[in-house]
Design a protein around this ligand. Structure first.
Ligand code: PMP
Length: 423
């Protein structure tokens, strides 16, 4: 087992935290699905570049030129990381939420949107100006494909349509049948956007192989610091849309009209949706993380992560009070994200005890996927818990859950401590 490669060096490995029982312990960050620690390599790259950064696309000075090159190189790195098609655009955004809101703002008139109710709110909610069909939670990958097929067969076949789907659930970690869903979408004349916030840090994502039209992900879940994200894919809808933000950088030419107003010609490139001074360090860090993961090799990373998933599952197999949450079944393929409830325990208290007594950081709650967690817990949507709300009393039905998640930087000891603590 130990032959499964070493964890990648990440920041925060030596951080110690106080225990309520006295003493201190190194912090076990087991909430990668919320934000993963930055890779040491990414941090080193950023530190090496930091003294040199300057404004992008704006200055004649050497450092501005350098920064512009690094920013555009970062775009090329992401293009390669995602195996984009010729002509695809890579837009730098703030996050997955930002990327999906950008796409929502770029939908053609009359666009119908199809989204499973199981999505993270970032994928469920941005489609405010569209006609949205919310699809019921499927209980198998095959049912997901059938559900989408049925819904698309009933749609107005003439108008534009978009399907939005997750690659890996932020609640159950389960992998979704993205390639099959993309094929169904395209067979019905619809397009598809992949929410890869949880998939990209754990698996290679090929836009070309999966045949998705767009993909969105966040730097801070991919071992880069906060503040950067990506929307990559087809250029046409993005080029035809009004700029996401209006301002400098997005505008190619602005002229005063004789009637007193102004005429604007917007860029057709990714710059159209990147108005304002871009987050060059964020983009650089995100690209550095893409390179580091590619160099480490996803085969190796996946093998290590599956070894850790097995450690949790096998370690807790003889604890009958622990119930893992899944849509597709306990054995369904998943990334290193597992949610569970502990019979007789309040999930929030349980998570607080893991922190206070063992120095383990997990998440409790509804994970910004309220309809999904409510389905998984079998709770009544009208009375389900709220984020941050106190949970059911011990002995009552759980209103929220506990999530443990890990990845490329997780040492065995963190997972072993977690299993011991839960036991
Ligand atoms: N989609 C999924 C599946 C996620 O897990 C998350 C983050 N929890 C998001 C979207 C949103 O990502 P961000 O907060 O970086 O915008």
């Amino acid at each position: 087992d130990q032959a499964v490669c070493a964890p990648l060096p990440v920041l925060g490995r030596d951080v110690t935290v106080p225990l309520v029982t006295g003493g201190e312990v190194t912090y076990a960050a087991l909430d990668y699905a919320a934000s993963a620690p930055a890779l040491q390599r990414v941090w080193d790259d950023v530190a090496a570049y930091a003294p040199y950064y300057g404004s992008v696309h704006r200055g004649a000075g050497y450092l501005s030129q350098l920064s512009t090159d690094l920013f555009e190189n970062a775009r090329r790195t992401v293009t390669e990381f995602l195996d984009c098609r010729d002509g695809d655009q890579v837009v730098f955004t703030r996050s997955t939420t930002d990327s999906l809101n950008l796409l929502a703002a770029a939908l053609p008139a009359g666009c119908q949107v199809f989204v499973f109710e199981t999505e993270h709110h970032a994928a469920l909610l941005p489609w405010r100006d569209a006609r949205v069909t919310y699809l019921d939670a499927p209980r198998s990958p095959r049912q997901a494909v059938e559900t989408l097929k049925r819904a698309l067969a009933e749609r107005d076949p003439h108008g534009p349509a978009l399907v939005c789907v997750t690659g890996a659930s932020n609640v159950t970690g389960e992998l979704w049948p993205v390639r099959e869903l993309a094929a169904v979408a395209h067979a019905h004349g619809a397009r598809i956007v992949l929410d890869a916030a949880q998939l990209a840090p754990h698996h290679p994502v090929s836009v070309r192989d999966l045949d998705v039209d767009w993909v969105a992900f966040s730097g801070h879940k991919l071992y880069a610091p906060f503040g950067s994200g990506v929307l990559a894919g087809r250029a046409d809808w993005l080029r035809e849309a009004e700029p996401y933000l209006a301002g400098g950088g997005a505008s190619r030419k602005v002229t005063r009209r004789t009637d007193g107003g102004v005429d604007v010609q917007w860029h057709d490139s990714a710059a159209r949706h990147e108005a304002g001074s871009p987050n060059v360090i964020g983009a650089y860090a995100l690209a550095s993380a893409c390179k580091a993961l590619t160099e480490a090799g996803f085969d190796t990373l996946v093998a290590r992560e599956q070894y850790l998933v097995a450690k949790v599952r096998e370690g807790l197999a003889d604890v009958p009070q622990v119930r893992f949450l899944s849509l597709f079944g306990d054995d369904a393929p998943r990334v290193g994200v597992l949610s569970f409830v502990v019979e007789g325990w309040n999930s929030s208290h349980f998570a607080a005890a893991l922190s206070a007594e063992y120095g383990i950081g997990v998440r409790d709650g509804l994970f910004c996927a309220h309809p999904l967690v409510s389905t998984l817990l079998g709770s009544d949507p009208q009375t389900q818990g709220e984020c941050g709300a106190p949970e059911a009393a011990p002995g009552e039905k759980s209103l929220n859950a506990i999530r443990v998640s890990f990845g490329a930087g997780t040492p065995d000891e963190h997972v072993e401590r977690f299993v011991r603590a839960v036991k």
